[in-house]
Design a protein around this ligand. Structure first.
Ligand code: CP
Ligand code: NVA
Length: 310
């Protein structure tokens, strides 16, 4: 990987994404077969969380251990950041103890400021704008199931927020068609669409933006959704339940997709809101493989970024 950090999927080339997926497959094999892979022996990762997490926290922590390193959980409310210590000072200090930092926060600019202030690799573990580690896991899961990217259509139904934004970029980068349906007023921000249109120019895939879930899902090979109320939007929860109710991934909507379509969800899911229990359980194998794949792709990212001087 050319960049020091993983802040956004926009910064990765198609080749770099494919290399991460290849390395993830190798690491998954080594993990499953008990083959030691201490590629980050003695290295340390700090994990700053301003939001809740189950998967991201556990998979990064276990991943560092399996790579022969060590991870520290740094709840933002326990460190001086919550008392106003500047992010650039936090970054300059932590870079003297650690070999890398994963951060989950609200504002993408905070991740960028941390990266600019630190000499060590910074990994975006979710912001309001992007969730790159999750989308790399989604791509690995699609590749494992469909054995290819080119020629596939991915449909996202729901909020034009972090998951939708990152999927749009990630799917187009690897030459898949990407189609998104959001309610009016909940579309992806203009600057993300502009970035995605630039990616589309070099892609064999196309981008379709609509307010119709049926149009988005028509003939899709992969259908993806996410919660209607993301972390930080809790005060809008009831309003969003009303606005998004015709954007549920259910049996009727799935009848527009290909018969062998996969369903993915980054989790946590609110069953019988964005996805029915029936569809969730029908596709639970893919959805939980997707969760497991967080571990493998993040280990690949950690090795690519922190193993550089090995
Ligand atoms: N998908 C995901 O990032 O899960 P967590 O919020 O549990 O980390
Ligand atoms: N869009 C969700 C994803 C959670 C992993 C959120 O930001 O809360």
């Amino acid at each position: 990987m050319k960049a020091k950090d993983l802040l956004t999927l926009k910064d990765l080339s198609k080749e770099e994404i494919l290399e991460i997926i290849d390395l993830s497959e190798q690491l998954k094999y080594e993990t499953k077969h008990g083959i030691e892979h201490h590629y980050l022996k003695g290295k340390t990762l700090g994990m700053i969380f301003r939001k809740h997490s189950t998967r991201t926290r556990v998979s990064f922590e276990v991943g560092m251990y399996q790579l022969g390193g060590f991870a520290l959980f740094l709840n933002s409310s326990d460190i001086q950041m919550s008392r106003g210590e500047a992010i650039e000072d936090t970054g300059r200090v932590l870079a003297r103890y650690l070999d890398g930092i994963m951060i989950r926060t609200f504002d993408q600019r905070e991740v960028e400021e941390l990266a600019a202030a630190s000499r060590i690799p910074i990994i975006n573990g979710l912001t309001d704008e992007e969730h790159p580690c999750q989308v790399l896991a989604d791509l690995l899961t699609i590749k494992e199931n469909k054995r290819k990217f080119k020629g596939l259509k991915v449909a996202f139904v729901g909020d034009g927020h972090n998951m939708a934004n990152t999927l749009m970029i990630g799917c187009l980068k690897v030459d898949m068609d990407f189609s998104i349906a959001t309610p009016k007023g909940y579309e992806t921000k203009e600057k993300i669409i502009e970035a995605a249109r630039l990616v589309e120019k070099d892609s064999l895939g196309t981008l379709t933006i609509t307010n119709s879930p049926e149009e988005a899902v028509k003939d899709a090979d992969v259908v993806i959704t996410d919660v209607w109320t993301s972390m930080g939007q809790e005060t809008e929860k009831n309003l969003r339940k009303e606005i998004f109710k015709s954007y549920q991934v259910n049996k009727q909507l799935m009848s527009f997709a290909k018969i062998d379509a996969m369903v993915l969800h980054c989790l946590p899911a609110h069953k019988d809101e964005e996805i029915t229990t029936e569809i969730f359980e029908e596709h639970q194998e893919e959805i939980f493989e997707e969760s497991e794949n967080r571990l493998h792709v993040q280990k690949a990212v950690l090795v690519k970024l922190m193993g550089k001087n090995n």
